[in-house]
Design a binder for this molecule. Structure first.
Ligand code: HEM
Length: 520
């Protein structure tokens, strides 16, 4: 080979092993992952250019040498990584598929077609038991006993000031907005009485309009126009990579940093759009308080104005992402159960009547807050169809921790899958059946209340929980007072139950219903 005398393959192979043990094993994927991935991607080009242009090596020899040298190095890295994950990793004693213990891409591959992270995890728990290694450093625990230990208030982090936007008094000030958007939804459904309506779509319009109004001071006009808005579509497009690569968050970080035009990078597109909306909101001064009023009142966190803008934008985007499809998913499932069994609506109406609540101004956040059956229906839908079904990720603490008789070493990522735990027979009798009475008159059907944690727990739990309940109570009570609801022809709800995707929050599938106005 012109210019190259022999190939130092064993040396490069050993170098690969050493760099895995000395460097790669120690990096924090979310922090240094994208930089390392980039370095590994461009390294072969650098080797090639160096050989070709700084030595006398010919084109073919330079390309061959680059491939063989780099291949030997990467082979060393991979052999070391796979051997470590199989024989030495802290989670090696936990059951799970062999391929999952070697690479997180095994999980991604197995959920790519149906985007069903949570139901895939559910199947793994049925096969391997309560503790399953679902990735090299990722442990899923489905024992209800661990919910408090993993998510309880043990963290030292504190909440930031904008949590003021979710205090009881701030939430009451959102009452008129929620009522206004609920009324708009009802008006639109009234116009479509007797025809087939995709309830999932309309409930989505409602939930996004409420969150747009609260986060940016303006709706997406989805309810008004009866069609989706580019922002909603972009959020949903952005959710797809999260659903697919949620267990490999470092890869998402890489996608965000890819120098692709925003038009083909949904996450960057979303970030840019939110920035524009926040800038618009800052220029306006809405008559009624919204969440952004509280965020702005909390004052500036950074001296650097770009950092401040970025914080505001991500706060506002987080609100819309976290607060829309979650609430919409629960509402759609409640309406599915109402369509499936008309006695549910009858019982809800009876409870409203007993409390002298009619379809008028008597339905307020306060008057609806403590109706046991209404809350039970919502909770039972949240139990069976948690909007964040795969659970959220936590790192095990320094020194490791013993949970439910198993030791989890320090620095492992742990998740408790809500879908599986909330349907565990250890915690609920007839766990797969929709029985709202378990939350009211039949408490014996609940064995372990701690296993119900759809909003997560502790200081990192959902800040929008009460807002979500307020929205859901408002819509459900008005809907049942106004309409009789039934499945449209050809609909049985199976699409909703089987085709809903897990994109961290739910990508809810369609539900065709017919609404008929009730005679007073
Ligand atoms: C049925 C409706 C909802 C459910 C089931 C739900 C559930 C959750 C869950 C499980 C988390 C993750 C907590 C963790 O990491 O452990 C979360 C976080 C969050 N939720 Fe909700 N959520 C709902 C509605 C809302 C609404 C309406 C808002 C609007 C303000 C909201 C705002 C947030 C925010 C901002 C976070 C991030 C909190 C943080 O990182 O500190 N959520 N939610």
């Amino acid at each position: 080979m012109d210019g190259i005398k022999g190939h130092p393959l064993p040396v490069l192979f050993v170098l690969g092993i050493l760099s895995h043990l000395a460097v790669f094993i120690r990096i924090k994927p979310m922090v240094q992952g994208p930089a390392v991935a980039l370095a590994l991607l461009i390294a072969p080009s650098i080797i090639f250019v160096t050989l070709r242009y700084l030595t006398t090596t010919g084109l073919y020899s330079a390309a061959t040498a680059t491939t063989i040298w780099y291949g030997s190095y990467i082979a060393g890295v991979l052999v070391s990584m796979l051997a470590y994950r199989t024989f030495f990793h802290r989670l090696r004693h936990y059951p799970g598929s062999r391929l999952a213990s070697l690479t997180q891409f095994h999980h991604v591959w197995n959920t790519k077609d149906r985007i069903d992270h949570y139901s895939y995890i559910d199947k793994l728990h049925k096969q391997y038991g309560d503790f399953v290694r679902i990735g090299p450093n990722l442990l899923s625990i489905a024992d209800p006993a661990i919910v408090n230990i993993v998510y309880g208030p043990t963290t030292k982090f504190t909440k930031s000031d904008w949590y003021d936007a979710f205090t009881a008094s701030a939430l009451r000030s959102y009452d008129s907005r929620i009522a206004k958007h609920t009324q708009k939804l009802i008006q639109q459904l009234r116009r479509r009485v007797g025809t087939t309506v995709n309830a999932q779509e309309w409930i989505g319009f409602f939930a996004f309009d409420v969150m747009g109004d609260l986060a940016f001071g303006r709706t997406f006009e989805a309810l008004e126009l009866g069609k989706s808005h580019w922002f909603i579509d972009t959020i949903r497009e952005g959710g797809l990579p999260i659903g697919l690569f949620g267990t490999t968050p470092w890869l998402l970080e890489c996608v965000i940093r890819l120098p692709l035009p925003p038009s083909i990078n949904p996450i960057v597109k979303l970030m840019n759009h939110s920035g524009n909306l926040v800038a618009e909101r800052k220029r306006s001064n809405p008559a009624e308080e919204d969440v952004m009023s509280h965020i702005l009142e909390a004052g500036e966190f950074f001296e650097n104005s770009r950092a401040e803008e970025s914080l505001l934008t991500s706060d506002a985007r987080l609100l819309v992402v976290a607060g829309s499809d979650t609430t919409a998913s629960t509402l759609t499932h409640v309406i599915y159960y109402i369509a499936r069994d008309p006695t549910l609506a009858t019982n809800l109406r009876a409870e409203l009547a007993e409390n002298n609540l009619r379809n008028d101004h008597s339905l307020t956040i306060t008057s609806l807050a403590h109706l046991p059956f209404l809350n039970a229906v919502i909770n039972e839908a949240l139990r069976l169809h948690p909007p964040v079904p795969g659970g959220t990720y936590r790192s095990s603490p320094p020194g490791g921790i013993k949970v439910a008789g198993n030791f989890i070493p320090e620095g492992c990522v742990v998740l408790a899958p809500q879908y599986t735990i909330q349907r565990s027979s250890k915690a609920f009798t007839q766990p797969h059946d929709f029985i709202p009475e378990r939350w009211t008159t039949r408490p014996e059907l609940i064995r372990d209340k701690n296993a119900f944690f759809p909003f997560s727990l502790g200081r990192h739990g959902c800040i929008g929980k009460q807002l979500a309940y307020n929205e859901m109570r408002s819509v459900i009570s008005r809907l049942v007072l106004e309409f009789d609801v039934a499945f449209a022809e050809g609909e049985d709800g199976r699409r909703l139950l089987e085709e809903t995707q897990d994109r961290f929050t739910m990508g809810v599938a369609g539900l065709d219903l017919v609404f008929r106005e009730r005679k007073a």
